[in-house]
Design a protein around this ligand. Structure first.
Ligand SMILES: [Fe+2]
Ligand SMILES: [Fe+2]
Length: 186
């Protein structure tokens, strides 16, 4: 495999950086595969729930697909919790950061904030503030995020639910993450 000539970036040549650009382009092409592999890695992650995080994700994506949501939305539903194991307190932000170049800003906002909105559905029992989401009441994506949690998150822990197989979603993940359409969206 080709390698650059430098050990410090400040010594790199034009050819070195062109080589890196080629390598990076190849690496980017495999992003969908890395995302799907990360999702598969959640198959044994139950954390006390009746379904694994993998099953939870498939359930979320299946419901979104059946409701006719866009490919970006379904991809977001499928991947919204892939940060759970690495970012237990900030997984929404982590996954939104991954999605931002590829998925519309409103959907990224939903993913980023779904944790605090989810609290609405269980906070009264746990002692967490169910209305913590109210701080975002004036945000244009407030209702969309509330809807995501109600329809595609808080209810997706059902062991009897028959989800579509991952094969149904892999092609759309490849399509959505093939092009950074929102890279300059800020
Ligand atoms: Fe989550
Ligand atoms: Fe979730």
């Amino acid at each position: 495999m080709e390698r650059v000539s430098f050990s410090s970036m400040e010594d790199g040549t034009k050819a070195d950086f062109e080589l890196l650009e080629r390598a990076e382009r190849e690496y980017l092409r495999d992003l969908p595969a890395r995302l799907l592999a990360t999702l598969e890695g959640l198959k044994n992650s139950f954390a006390g729930y009746q379904v694994s995080r993998y099953q939870h994700s498939l359930q979320s994506a299946t419901r979104a697909k059946r409701d006719g949501r866009s490919e970006e939305y379904v991809a977001a539903a499928l991947l919204h919790d892939i940060g759970d194991e690495l970012a237990p307190y900030t997984h929404g932000e982590m996954v939104a950061a991954i999605m931002r170049p590829y998925i519309a800003p409103e959907i990224c906002w939903i993913v980023e904030h779904h944790g605090i909105f989810q609290q609405f559905h269980y906070g009264a029992v746990t002692g967490d503030d169910p209305d913590a989401r109210e701080r975002y009441r004036e945000h244009p994506s407030f209702d969309a995020c509330a809807e995501f949690c109600a329809l595609y998150d808080q209810n997706c822990f059902d062991p009897a639910f028959e989800s579509l197989p991952i094969g149904e979603f892999a092609p759309l993940v490849r399509r959505v993450f093939s092009e950074p359409r929102y890279l300059s969206a800020g």
